[in-house]
Design a protein around this ligand. Structure first.
Ligand code: AKB
Length: 320
């Protein structure tokens, strides 16, 4: 029987992944943890506890006491926030992962680990179109540098200690449930909330900034499919490229007008423009699609339809 630990369960990915894993493995077998409090649906549908991944002693005790077999380590400081406090962000992103890798090495019950990488591992010397799985990688952000270093550590632990660690280079993830925190792709979520609430949005990257994105449902399916795959089917033991679609603020705002005809957008690019410009516009994920037999289901029209409907539902519920 699987017993799963989620670190970062109150975050953008964790809050959706926890509920999905509980459906598959049973509520009682998925332990949600975070350094901050989680939403009621996470706390009421199964175990939830405060846990800081930086506290290695508490972490290993937790894993041993609950006989954890799989760990999803989702806690990280994202690209925009990391630029504000680079050294602290480096410590949180790297030390947290190193604690997880050590636990996975030391505790025999732990059979698999998931850790998210990002398109931020790429940099300005990477081909901008269809960035290959193996290519030039010279990230210019502290977040990207930490993700690239962490990928190398994951492969090191996989080869040297046979830790089964699996990872995806997530594009920007679009969801309506929990707000993202401090990423460069956050505009792709903010734009929907502001369009519905205020009918206008001031975007922090320019109109034609094309970026790789994916709807959260697709990302959750890709993640669980990767974790459920036979290890012998996996050809990559660092992190797989993962691709959904490419979106720019101009494209999204045009699509939003199908639902909010008087929506207006203006542009006030900040330091995140430079980060966005250093990342590829699209990513080649043929290795993942071949090994996992997976493809995304959400295009821009479908994403917009779901985002608009769900945000309207949330607003209605908050008024009643
Ligand atoms: C960010 O913008 O920092 C993240 C990412 C692409 O990893 N969403």
């Amino acid at each position: 029987m699987e017993r799963i630990l989620i670190i970062g369960a109150a975050g953008q990915i964790g809050s959706e992944l926890t509920l999905e894993l509980r459906k598959i493995y049973g509520n009682a077998n998925v332990y949600a943890t975070d350094v901050k409090d989680a939403e009621l649906d996470i706390k009421e549908s199964g175990p939830f506890q405060l846990l800081d991944v930086m506290d290695d002693k508490h972490l290993i005790h937790f894993v041993i006491r609950h006989k954890i077999t799989q760990i999803y380590h989702l806690a990280a400081v994202l690209s925009g926030n990391a630029e504000k406090l680079p050294v602290q962000a480096w410590h949180i992103n790297m030390d947290g992962l190193m604690n997880i890798l050590e636990v996975a090495k030391l505790v025999e019950d732990v059979k698999k680990v998931f850790w998210p990488s990002s398109i931020a591992v790429f940099g300005s010397t990477t081909p901008r179109q269809l960035a290959p799985q193996v290519t030039y990688m010279e990230p210019s952000t502290v977040y990207g540098i930490s993700k690239l270093a962490a990928e190398r550590w994951c492969e090191y632990y996989s080869k040297r200690y046979h830790v089964d660690i699996r990872s995806l280079r997530y594009p920007g993830l679009i969801s309506y449930k929990t707000e993202p925190g401090g990423g460069t792709t956050d505009w792709a979520i903010e734009i929907y909330f502001e369009a519905i609430k205020k009918r206008n949005y001031t975007c922090f990257v320019e109109a034609e900034t094309l970026m790789p994105m994916m709807f959260m449902d697709d990302a959750i399916k890709a993640t669980i499919s990767l974790m459920e795959a036979e290890r012998s089917n996996l050809s990559i033991h660092s992190a797989y490229n993962l691709s959904g679609l490419s979106m720019s603020p101009a494209l999204v705002s045009m699509d939003i007008k199908r639902h909010v005809p008087d929506f207006t957008i203006s542009y006030a690019p900040d330091f995140r423009q430079q980060i966005a410009d250093s990342w590829p516009q699209s990513v080649d994920d043929r290795n993942f699609r071949r090994d996992i037999k997976w493809k995304p289901a959400f295009d821009l029209t479908r994403i917009t339809d779901v985002m608009v409907a769900e945000i309207r539902k949330q607003i209605k519920a908050s008024l009643t």
